[in-house]
Design a protein around this ligand. Sequence first.
Ligand SMILES: [Zn+2]
Ligand SMILES: [Zn+2]
Length: 146
Amino acid sequence: MRHDIDPKAQLRTAGLRVTAPRVAVLNAVAADPHSDADHIAAAVRDELGSVSTQAVYDVLKACTAAGLLRRIEPAGSAARYEARTGDNHHHLVCRSCGTVVDVDCVVGEAPCLTPSQTHGFAVDEAEVVFWGLCASCRRDAPVDAT
Ligand SMILES: [Zn+2]
Ligand SMILES: [Zn+2]
């Protein structure tokens, strides 16, 4: 799914008022997917001057609730945000440097995995995180004789 459309139009479609901080947050996330709130706040301040971190958190929350952003929270990491929503994609996370990379859904639609037992749940999503070492951390890792 491509998300190079105008953030103002996105906000309007989602029924949110267009404000400078909201537009700046959406632009910052689109420019640097899987950023955490601190990183996004720094980018927004670069563009707009003084915007409080709390204001950025509020925008992230509103845009996530409206489906414009997706929030992921890999274990041991701060929450990260991305503009690629609604396609049930998964993530590869590097255990060493924390790099997050998108991978397409295993099957193409949610839930792409079926639990061995549903225990009566109506399952609608499987959150899949693949953990490992990224290419550059593998290069830096001591050579293993096997
Ligand atoms: Zn890495
Ligand atoms: Zn992603």
